[in-house]
Design a protein around this ligand. Structure first.
Ligand code: ATP
Ligand code: MG
Length: 483
């Protein structure tokens, strides 16, 4: 019925008919390359709460739909395997040797995921051999491991950062898999962003090539919420909440002076989700600038005109901008920097400082108006805090889903909520594209309505060669129809 290859499969649904457009994008299973593997009853069957737990077992037929808003008679579309405990597992608890590694930048909630992986493995499945790999990918081959017990990690969710430390660069697939083999590790839990998940996919492929009984599970981490397919990433809620404090501070500052201009720079290299949600949550923000929506300064509908209007109306203005906004402008006006970090990510120029200076110069030199500029960059303060209540619950679900998946023999998967139900998603599927704010989505329209800022869509100053195709389609459409 459902072949378990990491590819798109047209399948017959449990109660649907063949050919109704149901597609399962499945994740690999250890039995795909180790056909003789034995299965065992899930140890959850020994749980004191078994009468309840048994009802939570996920059947092989359960799938999660990628799109839930569909038209009548349209194909049922892409589905992913539902996450959760299975009746049968492919590891004996006493033979499991798991490891956990964290890579990339900090994000609230990493420690909660580590804690819940340890608790999930230990309390649900009786696994007590869990290794922490310290310092990111390179820790596999350059550092000693730490033995993780529930007692050791009991309190770590109350702290920010990562208990296991992190790093950029240093991914050497062969050395990492050699080390996995040497240490007898058979479950690998990898917490990290897009780069980390690409690395996890390479590790999975090498493990498969060598025919090792090792389950590789990725847990997506990105404060920017830019991971494709999943509803949202952990730490995002916390980041939006903490950003309110910076916006409040900027608002208090600019309200207390004459012609106050407050600029708050938030995270978001390629996607403006944090800036967009922080703006919608705050109501003190007059203008939100994100990488997906190119803006311009001069003339009608430009930023200078809008700032002047708000200063005249209210005596102050608060602008929130994502770190990736306006990068094309900066590259044109300043010397573009061609530097990369250890993982190969391009370093961005500081758009916050640049924008502050640009507005200051315009009002001082051109408009001959005195303004009071207040620039706040809370990035490191936001990244460093522990996760809030909602993210703690979410991190727990992610960790438990990852443990259920690995124990059930799935591998090469990333876990995450798709339309609110947790699913196992092929790793390559979440790394091939990035999630960005769609200017055609209702959320961006809601933001424009809430701030009443210009849409910046009616000028030739928009930099067409850099704006994405969809943005330009909107630009062109709106030029013609003019909303
Ligand atoms: P974030 O961007 O949210 O900070 P990230 O996981 O994208 O998280 P990176 O520093 O880009 O952070 O990558 C983390 C780790 O993944 C690094 O050790 C890096 O070497 C490795 N990595 C990044 N890209 C790849 C890739 N294409 N293939 C293999 N490994 C990669
Ligand atoms: Mg990244």
């Amino acid at each position: 019925l459902i072949s378990r290859q990491n590819c798109r499969i047209k399948a017959q649904s449990s109660n649907g008919t063949a050919g109704d457009g149901f597609v399962l994008e499945d994740v690999p299973h250890l039995t795909d390359f180790l056909p003789g593997l034995l299965s065992y009853p899930n140890p959850l069957q020994n749980s004191k709460a078994y009468s309840i737990v048994r009802q939570t077992f996920v059947t092989p037929e359960d799938a999660v739909a990628e799109n839930i808003v569909v038209q009548k008679d349209s194909p049922r579309g892409v589905h992913f395997r539902r996450a959760g405990p299975r009746e049968k597992v492919y590891f004996k608890s006493e033979e499991v040797r798991a490891c956990i590694v964290t890579c990339g930048g900090l994000c609230p909630g990493i420690n909660t995921v580590i804690r819940e992986l340890v608790y999930g493995l230990n309390y649900m499945y009786g696994v007590d051999d869990i290794l922490g790999i310290e310092g990111g990918y390179r820790g596999f081959y350059s550092k000693n491991t730490v033995s993780l017990t529930p007692k050791l990690v009991n309190d770590i969710h109350k702290r920010g950062g990562t208990f296991l430390q992190t790093s950029r660069g240093g991914h050497d697939t062969n050395k990492i898999v050699d080390n996995i083999e040497d240490r007898g590790i058979n479950q690998v839990y990898i917490i990290g962003g897009d780069g980390t998940q690409k690395g996890a996919d390479l590790i999975f492929k090498e493990v498969e090539k060598r025919g090792l009984q090792v389950a590789v599970a990725g847990i997506p981490k990105t404060i920017d919420n830019d991971i494709a397919v999943i509803d949202k990433s952990f730490g995002f809620d916390t980041a939006v909440e903490e950003a309110q404090r910076a916006i409040n501070a900027a608002h208090v500052e600019v309200e207390s002076v004459e012609n106050g201009v407050g600029i708050v720079k938030l995270m978001g290299r390629y996607s403006g989700f944090i800036a967009m949600y922080a703006t919608l949550a705050s109501r003190d923000v007059d203008c939100c600038l994100i990488p997906e929506s190119p803006f311009y300064f001069e003339g009608r509908g430009g930023l200078f005109e809008f700032v002047e209007e708000r200063l005249k109306e209210n005596g102050h203005i608060v602008i929130v901008l994502a770190e990736g906004a306006g990068q094309d402008y900066l590259a044109r006006e300043l010397h573009p920097i061609d530097e990369k970090d250890a993982s190969g990510n391009r370093l961005l120029l500081d758009v916050g400082l640049w924008l502050s200076q640009k507005i200051k110069d315009h009002f001082t030199n051109v408009r001959k108006m005195a303004i009071n500029m207040k620039y706040i960059d809370p990035t490191y303060m936001i990244r460093a805090i522990p996760s809030n209540a909602a993210d703690n619950v979410y991190c727990t679900l992610l960790a438990q889903s990852a443990v259920h998946g690995a124990m059930a023999g799935y591998t090469g998967f990333t876990v995450g909520p798709v339309n609110s139900s947790h699913a196992y998603i092929p790793i390559a599927r979440v790394t091939e594209t990035q999630n960005t704010v769609k200017l055609t989505d209702r959320m961006w329209a809601r933001l424009l309505e809430s701030t009443n800022q210009p849409s910046f869509l009616n000028s030739n100053e928009v930099i067409p060669e850099k704006a994405d195709q969809e943005t330009m389609e909107v630009v062109n459409d709106l030029r013609i129809t003019s909303i």
